[in-house]
Design a protein around this ligand. Structure first.
Ligand SMILES: O=C(O)CCC(=O)C(=O)O
Length: 298
């Protein structure tokens, strides 16, 4: 669904917004099915947690960076209403998707409680501007239902923390707990927040529960002090080529793919990119150029 203007305004005013029903049912259920190519199903995990010791090693052990083996998960990251929201929030169509994760948590694997923090500490090498210019748009898409029992993210409305200088990134455990709001909702819900908002992960409140979310982050293009992942470093991972082949030029552009009309494209690059990405339609970038192994036209 299209994120209403009032919710994007709420991100600026309150620091975050929560919109239920963001993903359509098919996209959501396809993505949920694809989770089990990566993570143990909850019933499998809870049947024998000790068979999955890695989830006990750290709160972050369930994190996996983009790309994923299945297009069903990769396509969530370029969901048209997500791109639309990022363009409207960042007030430009010149945007980068700079970080994509999947995050699985299983009750009892470890204590997932955190103190409040501001995410900018590892999303920019400086600090966000207090006047809200040049923001980054950070999101969590819930791929499982999240109730109070399921370790919801807890976010503190900006008005409660205005006295804390933006240069402060962490609070003591317990600070602002009385002001925090739980981000709950059915699978398909999106949380959009800013990188200067205090928030934290929380622990499960019942056994046998699990939580699966997809954090996805956008920034305006060209502000080189912001960012997190370098996409060229992810291209050898399963799913990257299929994702690039399946994406539209608009969607590829979010990852830094050269746009149509860019001087990068010539007969040689069209031919060799087609060799690297079998099946890709490069006609938007310069017409049909047949990829021919061993031939390297000028
Ligand atoms: O998992 C969550 O709900 C939030 C985690 C978080 O904010 C973090 O680790 O930076």
């Amino acid at each position: 669904m299209r994120i209403p203007d009032k919710n994007l305004a709420e991100v600026f005013d309150r620091g975050f917004t929560v919109v239920e029903g963001f993903l359509d049912k098919t996209t959501l259920s396809d993505a949920q099915d694809a989770l089990w190519e990566i993570y143990p199903r909850p019933e499998a995990y809870f049947a024998d947690p000790e068979a999955h010791p890695k989830f006990a090693k750290s709160q972050f052990a369930g994190l996996r960076f983009f790309p994923y083996p299945s297009w069903a998960l990769n396509k969530v990251t370029v969901y048209p209403d997500l791109i639309d929201a990022a363009e409207r929030f960042l007030r430009t169509t010149e945007i980068d998707c700079y970080k994509i994760e999947l995050w699985a948590k299983y009750a009892g694997a470890i204590d997932y409680d955190q103190h409040h923090h501001r995410d900018y500490e590892n999303h920019t090498i400086v600090v966000p501007r207090a006047d809200q210019l040049m923001p980054q748009m950070t999101c969590f898409i819930l791929l499982s239902d999240v109730t109070e029992l399921d370790g919801p993210t807890k976010a503190v409305p900006l008005e409660k923390t205005r006295q804390v200088p933006i240069g402060v990134t962490q609070t003591e455990m317990g600070d602002f707990f009385e002001d925090e709001v739980s981000v709950t909702g059915p699978a398909g819900t999106i949380l959009i927040y800013k990188t200067d908002v205090f928030h934290r992960g929380s622990n499960f409140k019942a056994p046998g529960r699990s939580r699966f979310v997809m954090p996805i982050d956008f920034k305006p293009r060209g502000w080189r002090w912001q960012g997190k992942l370098a996409w060229p470093d992810r291209t050898l991972n399963p799913g990257w080529k299929e994702a690039m082949v399946n994406m539209t030029p608009r969607q590829r552009d979010l990852f830094g793919w050269p746009p149509a009309g860019d001087p990068y494209w010539n007969a040689q690059t069209l031919s060799d990119v087609a060799l690297r990405y079998p099946g890709i339609d490069l006609s938007p970038y310069g017409g049909q150029v047949r990829a021919t192994a061993g031939l390297n036209p000028a």
